[in-house]
Design a protein around this ligand. Sequence first.
Ligand code: C5P
Length: 240
Amino acid sequence: MTDATRAGPVVTLDGPAGSGKSTTAREVARRLGFRHLDSGSFYRALTYGLLQAGIGPDRWTGLGRADLDAIGVGVEPSGEGFQVLLESRPLMDEIRSPEVTSLVSTLASLGPVREWLLAIQREAGKRGCLVADGRDMGTVVFPGAEVKVFLTADLLERTRRRLKEQGVTTPTDEQVSQEAARIRERDRDDSERKLSPLRRPEGALELDTTRLTFEQQVETILERVREVSTASAEDDRARE
Ligand code: C5P
């Protein structure tokens, strides 16, 4: 049954780097008329903001709530999703730089950082009608989500997709092995950390997208949303 304080359900998509979570979540949200929450962009914005403030990774373990507040990172609803801001300025591609990508998992392993962002993510999602993607959406941030999905794909396929996103369509063997090593390292950091590690949420639909087309991925998730919505409507009717 849908939470009474929400206007509609929450759908979560978790999975490792390059599994296609964000693009899939954005399209599922668009077709449902829901908002898309890309939680990775929040972690990236905070990483970028700290670097801009001259606060390097050697000082991150000592950060508390007040220090994080002072960085000036914010989030606001925008279009079909949420826009991350630094001192009210929208952040775009700068949060996807190789420097931010290589440091973001270090920041994401820290308790005060996860607590700080937990509040922002829950506030963003409190009205429901949301498709949220990340690493701990179904396990920690929205444990009561109506639909949970765990997306995976072979490392090689994820590497190929990441390189394509960066505009590299015919990579050399060296480019493939370097990018695969970066992805493997980030997956290891995200899965082995103590706090909110990457896990398949209990009851989640596991979707290996290695051999699925984009349309098949989107349609499989929409089908699950329809099934759950129908079952929930039937439950509600039986209770009346
Ligand atoms: O999804 P994306 O690659 O943009 O995420 C960047 C990083 O942010 C991840 O590698 C992970 O360290 C962190 N993250 C997280 N929990 C989330 C989303 C992202 O720890 N829910």
